[in-house]
Design a protein around this ligand. Sequence first.
Ligand code: KIV
Length: 258
Amino acid sequence: MNKKIQNIINNKNKKKIICLTAYSKNIAEVLDNHVDIILVGDSLGSVLYNYKTTQKVTLQMMIEHSKSVKQGVRKSLLVVDMPHNTYKNKRDAYKNAKKIMVSVKPDAIKLEGGKKVVNIISYLTRKKIPVMGHLGILPQSHKGKFKYKGQTDKEINNLINDAYLLEKNGAFSIVLECIETSLAKIITKNLKIPTIGIGSSSNCDGQVLVTDDLIGLNVTSIKFVKKFGNIRKNINLAVKKFCKQVRGKAYPSKKYSY
Ligand code: KIV
């Protein structure tokens, strides 16, 4: 097994695992000094392209952004999301995952779903493609109103079972998105592999957020997002200074001219 993946698994019950998203090299370079996992999430569809859902994100978009991110990653584990419709069956999943693995050379891919994707996860991992799972709210197939998961006995049992199946079939870690606090605890305790929570409480082995949200570049009011910075303010200040100096003919001065 890839050493970086083994390290992530070994961190379970020892230290919290930190995962953040990156869609380009410069952000990846900054994150790489701090985090354990960098995820090229298909959330780039909504965050960068303003799509209503992630369903319009294509394999080629994921590959191009991932190639850029890869340039900025030295230490972290690099995971790339398989976009919607690229893993409908084992053959498609392998063909498309292989395309990502060959053109980007990440450490792993991530795909969404429980019971339905178990045979795909098993197939990919047997073909030596490491897979991170994703349970709870599944943005690629989510329809209707937002509802956190784990509100009925049926949902609770299904999620516990799905998590177990994902682990049994080779996933090395699972993202838990918007899962009720006590259920996140049960799932995390039941598994040998780490859970990475987003909106799923501190009961998970690690946490993931969309970087653009936490640095205050993307404006969002999602309950679980805490704004840890205000990068928009910094950009505003820099752009304002630039405009002022160009208009006032202070820039470019001799120093910045040939
Ligand atoms: O697409 C994404 O960025 C994700 C994370 C938020 C978990 O799947």
